[in-house]
Design a protein around this ligand. Structure first.
Ligand code: C5P
Length: 235
């Protein structure tokens, strides 16, 4: 069973290592797990990720890889050498197979992104798919499970629906989390931390509600408290 604090992943969506470093210092022991995506990753953030991992934090490299199998495998090996705990790939079978094989022997775990949450049915049709979003998410989740992927990134709303389709050991990592009353920003479907935990999420990704807060550490501690209460109720 994970400690409540281990379930919070803060998205370091800032433009420079200087800003990321200052935020990590402020959050201090309140936050244990950080996600680094395009914005910081392409601005020196991968070396910073390696430092965070060496300092005992957990790191999630969210670059959503998708390329030929050999290129994905070599990329995953490099991410594993950074000391990362999670890395994302798009849920295409070749890509998932390559990533799962390449992470063997390391502590890195592979998360698949089924369908980007900005996609609706019309976007899929425009991209040439003859599936609804719901159908494609379910199909890709089942494929990810069969291939041995370690977890999925999904909305908290999808968590309960996906759980029966995947291996019990797979983790569900959910963005779109907002503390009660917080600004949803551009997220279309948001859930509070406690609702997400009750819906079956294992890890919660939180960006702007913490990164843009006047008191980031206070917000992080409040969210961890909510997770703890929800986890106690979940049993
Ligand atoms: O600021 P906010 O809490 O909305 O940040 C959510 C984070 O999760 C961002 O880094 C965003 O890129 C990421 N994410 C998401 N939805 C997905 C996958 C990743 O919001 N489906």
């Amino acid at each position: 069973m994970l400690e409540p604090r281990e379930r919070l992943i803060v998205a370091l969506d800032v433009g420079s290592v200087t800003e990321a470093h200052a935020l990590v210092e402020r959050l201090d022991a309140a936050v244990h797990f950080y996600k680094i995506g395009y914005q910081l990753g392409f601005a020196g953030g991968l070396a910073f990720a390696q430092k965070l991992a060496a300092a005992g934090k957990q790191v999630f490299i969210d670059m959503k890889l998708h390329d030929i199998g050999n290129t994905v495998a070599r990329g995953i090996e490099s991410i594993a050498r950074l000391g990362a705990t999670f890395a994302t790939v798009h849920a295409y079978p070749q890509t998932m197979h390559a990533a799962v094989e390449a992470r063997a022997g390391s502590k890195l775990r592979i998360l698949a992104v089924t369908v980007l949450t900005s996609y609706g049915d019309a976007d899929l049709a425009a991209a040439g798919y003859d599936f609804t979003v719901g159908e494609l998410v379910a199909e890709r989740a089942a494929q990810a499970s069969d291939i041995g992927v370690d977890g999925l990134v999904c909305s908290a709303e999808e968590a309960a629906r996906l759980r029966p389709l995947i291996r019990p050991a797979m983790v569900l990592v959910t963005p779109g989390i907002r503390p009660p009353g917080a600004d949803p920003g551009d997220q279309k479907r948001v859930m509070t931390p406690s609702a997400a935990i009750r819906a079956g999420a294992d890890y919660l990704v939180v960006g702007r509600p913490i990164v843009a807060a006047a008191d980031p550490k206070g917000v992080a501690e409040t969210i961890v408290g909510e997770i703890a209460a929800a986890q106690a109720n979940r049993g």
